[in-house]
Design a protein around this ligand. Structure first.
Ligand SMILES: NC(=O)C1=CN([C@@H]2O[C@H](COP(=O)(O)OP(=O)(O)OC[C@H]3O[C@@H](n4cnc5c(N)ncnc54)[C@H](O)[C@@H]3O)[C@@H](O)[C@H]2O)C=CC1
Ligand SMILES: N[C@@H](CC=O)C(=O)O
Length: 380
């Protein structure tokens, strides 16, 4: 596969098989994670009940970190959460492929794992499922946004398994960012640079922070609204944005290593060392440093924005960094509201004025919609 053709759309053979089966067989779907995003996936599937979209998918396995509910004849999405609570079956990633299999059933249709977890153990399995011919659709960035070796394993597994990897929800919560990068390259463009706001929660925080309310109170609000990672330090440290920039860079043809991204964290050391349980009480450690950053920006008439930058370099020398920047109020990347991501892409055809993509970049509903769009694309 070329860099532009992605790991991430179904190779032609998988698409043909899916198309051939689509009219007769619903694709079998396993949903991993029933938290903020996974819960919204169930709600969206439920809203499709009795529609043509709903008929294309059959939910056969639902799991959280503790329990799993399996029904090879299909679980009703509105009853999946209750079935999970009532289930005494422990959650095991070893069971997922078997639950999706068509053994003993009439037909041989598409199989899809939807990853709505933030789990390293689940991400570690992506390549294995893909190599078995199971499509993987993920909101979790740990698959493609960490080591280059894992990113390559995912691409190779897609090729071996004739399967597809749906990653739209990993950057921009389903905004057409990765798709646009791939389409530009498919049309012959080289990507020159990417810059922008890639974190919905940090966008929301800096769109709302006015130096008056404690920053920590806003972090709690963003977490309760479902915008942050399960551990908000993953956002505040820049780690979530680093992963997104790695995913974008690799999709843009730059084999960027995680260590090549310069990351300026907002998390003070005393907060960084705590266990997850201790984080909430210690969030006020953010308040003084952020108030000082805000005051300095305000004095200059500027706005704070958490920006990711990639310069692809014409000579193979790329640079990448993420961190808080103080931007003039009328700077193009300073605009936007709510959780808006705003990303500028420079390429052969957009040399001077970049292509700019903007829209909500976090939140359960948009993310669930992005995931299920990918599922439908892959199953044909
Ligand atoms: N919240 C948002 O706006 C967005 C989130 N995402 C990504 O979506 C993913 C999920 O985020 P949230 O729903 O906010 O997290 P959450 O903490 O609310 O839910 C995570 C779920 O995963 C389950 N889980 C953990 N390990 C598991 C395992 N081994 N097997 C099965 N289930 C397991 C947990 O039990 C829980 O149900 C994260 O990777 C996040 O980065 C992506 C785009 C936007
Ligand atoms: N925590 C993430 C959620 C989406 O990826 C963010 O804030 O952008």
């Amino acid at each position: 596969m070329s860099a532009a053709a992605s790991a991430l759309s179904a190779p032609a053979s998988a698409a043909r098989i899916a198309a051939a089966n689509a009219s007769v067989l619903p694709a079998r779907v396993a949903l991993l994670g029933t938290g903020t995003v996974g819960g919204a996936v169930l709600a969206r599937l439920n809203a499709w009940h009795g529609t043509r979209l709903g008929e294309r998918l059959s939910l056969v396995h639902v799991a959280n970190s503790r329990r799993a509910a399996v029904d090879r004849a299909g679980l009703a999405p509105e009853r999946a959460a209750t079935a999970l609570t009532a289930s005494d079956r422990p959650s095991s990633l070893d069971d997922v492929a078997a639950a999706l299999s068509w053994d003993g059933l009439a037909g041989d249709g598409a199989r899809v794992v939807v990853d709505a977890t933030a789990s390293e153990a689940v991400a570690e399995r992506h390549a294995q499922w893909l190599a078995q011919g199971i499509h993987v659709v993920t909101a979790c960035k740990i698959g493609q946004g960490t080591s280059l070796a894992r990113w390559r394993a995912i691409r190779d597994a897609c090729a071996r398994g004739g399967s597809g990897y749906g990653d739209s929800a990993t950057v921009g919560a389903g905004l057409p960012l990765l798709r646009s990068l791939r389409e530009l390259q498919a049309g012959g463009d080289r990507i020159h640079a990417i810059a922008g706001v890639l974190s919905g929660s940090l966008a929301w925080l800096f769109n709302h922070y006015d130096g008056m309310r404690p920053f920590s109170a806003l972090v709690r609000q963003a977490r309760d609204a479902g915008y942050t990672e399960p551990d908000p330090r993953d956002d505040l440290s820049g780690e979530d944005v680093r992963r997104k920039l790695l995913i974008l860079a690799r999709a843009a043809g730059v084999a960027l290593d995680a260590g090549e991204v310069e990351v300026a964290s907002l998390v003070p050391p005393e907060l960084a060392i705590l266990s997850k349980d201790g984080v909430d009480a210690a969030l006020p450690a953010l308040d003084v440093p952020l108030r000082e950053r805000y005051a300095a920006a305000y004095k200059n008439g500027e706005k704070l924005r958490f920006i990711a930058r990639l310069d692809c370099g014409g000579d193979g020398r790329h640079t990448a960094r993420v961190g808080l920047e103080s931007l003039p109020g009328d700077h193009p990347l300073a605009g936007g509201a709510g959780t808006d991501n705003k990303v500028a892409i420079w390429s052969d055809r957009y040399r001077v004025q970049p292509l700019v993509i903007q829209g909500p970049g976090a939140g359960a509903e948009v993310t669930a919609a992005g995931l299920l769009d990918d599922v439908l694309r892959l199953v044909g």
